[in-house]
Write a protein that binds this ligand. Structure first.
Ligand code: SF4
Ligand code: SF4
Length: 416
């Protein structure tokens, strides 16, 4: 379903899930021609409705970082738990201070919904902010965490309808596959994450076996859930033959798309990989510099290695996607050109962009002194008259993020 049309069904979900039945509901989009500015005002009304309906939850939700965190490039990461016990040697989660013993996230689904509705950077709806589950945990690790992940997905998907994505190194079985295939706003984009075949027990001691992960992805595909192989991270020192074998195996099981992820290291990761016998020189040669403190993450220089793996993947038949958000966008029939890795998806599906509509959206967001709007490829510069007074860095950040999300192009505000 096209995103702008789908906002109508989301409004309907809100009515049914949250007893908005007898209240006035936001104006619904009528057709594909709906302008992004109309979508924006509907989306803001939906946020308002959620907050009015759940006044009692606002206090707790406001204290949670989901109510204020800025989305990262893959979208808004939602944490169904904190910490992870899988113990992947290349994982930065323990170095971020999260526990090795995972705990389900303390917010109930309604509270998470309110936190997102409070978040000024977050836009609800099918054409709104991309949502990614995981990030500082494995979303399908234990029974409790699986349930929390599914409840969050049902709630956020059913009430707000945002494009959902989950990445996993688990293989949680038939029930979860069934649940994912029948989420209220359609199946999520699923990333099956693998880093090696031959060294999996050393590098990913607690994760499901690669065979089980791949088989679970196959189960999802059979149920119509879009699945992408996430080769992440590519670790210098893991033999290329190993990765070729993995790609061929995945291809033979029906995988057709792959994302190639770089390795980010901390001091702890460097130590763990070295202790595991990964040839340290291979990694050291790609380090732009050593991490300055235990929490700092440094991305290795991996252009040549990624190119070699990409060559093998293409030769196998894979379509390479540049980033996880790209899979989310493509799997939801959308398009995005918000960074120089794009455009992703079919550019015909990019939201309509005309200057009057951008002016209107800016006005809805309270930005009244727009002098000029200059679109250029995936980038749109909005020139603002300084006669309207200064606005804080945060406000500028919020405006740029919301406009970027709405038009799926990178927006920059300039004051003249
Ligand atoms: S499964 Fe993910 S979160 Fe858990 S240790 Fe491995 S990389 Fe880290
Ligand atoms: S253009 Fe592609 S890679 Fe860039 S933010 Fe959009 S979906 Fe992600």
């Amino acid at each position: 379903m096209a995103p702008y049309l789908a906002l109508a069904s989301i409004a309907i979900s809100i009515i049914s899930i949250h007893s908005f039945k007898n209240k006035s509901v936001p104006h619904r989009c009528q057709d594909l021609e709906t302008r992004p500015s109309t979508y924006l005002s509907n989306a803001l009304e939906i946020k308002q409705k959620i907050l009015e309906e759940h006044k009692g939850l606002i206090g707790k939700a406001r204290k949670d970082h989901h109510s204020r965190r800025k989305p990262i490039p893959c979208g808004m990461t939602v944490h169904p738990a904190i910490g992870c016990s899988f113990g992947c040697l290349y994982c930065y989660v323990p170095d971020m201070g999260f526990p090795l013993k995972p705990q389900p996230y303390p917010l109930e689904p309604e509270e998470m919904l309110v936190a997102l509705a409070l978040n000024p950077y977050f836009l609800p709806g099918p054409a709104g902010t991309l949502v990614a589950f995981g990030s500082v945990t494995e979303p399908f690790m234990t029974h409790h965490i699986i349930n929390k992940t599914l409840r969050y997905m049902r709630f956020i998907g059913g009430v707000m309808g945002n494009p959902l994505q989950v990445s996993t190194k688990a293989a949680p079985g038939e029930r979860v596959a069934e649940e994912l295939s029948s989420l209220p706003n359609g199946p999520p984009s699923v990333l099956i994450s693998v880093a090696t075949y031959s060294m999996q027990r050393t590098l990913e001691p607690g994760a499901a076996s690669v065979d089980d992960r791949l088989r679970w992805g196959q189960l999802l595909m059979k149920r119509g859930v879009p699945v992408t192989l996430f080769l992440r991270p590519i670790i210098p020192g893991v033999p290329l033959d190993d990765l070729s074998y993995l790609l061929e195996k995945a291809w033979s099981m029906g995988y057709r798309r792959v994302i190639l992820g770089s390795l980010r290291v901390t001091m702890g990761i460097l130590r763990r990989l070295k202790a595991a016998g990964i040839p340290y020189e291979e990694i050291a040669a790609r380090l732009p510099r050593r991490p300055a403190n235990p929490r700092e993450q440094i991305t290795l220089r991996m252009g040549d290695l990624k190119q070699t793996v990409a060559y093998t993947a293409v030769k196998t038949g894979f379509n390479i996607l540049p980033a996880s958000c790209s899979a989310n966008v493509v799997d939801h029939g959308q398009s995005c050109w918000a960074c120089n890795l794009g455009p992703c998806g079919n550019p015909k599906h990019l939201p309509k962009l005309d200057v009057d509509d951008v002016m209107k959206s800016a006005e809805i967001l309270g930005l009244k002194c727009v002098k000029d709007v200059s679109p250029r490829n995936g980038e749109v510069t909005v020139l603002v008259n300084d006669g309207c007074g200064k606005f804080s860095r945060k406000r500028r950040d919020v405006l740029e993020t919301i406009l970027t999300t709405l038009y799926r192009r990178r927006f920059l505000l300039r004051i003249s």
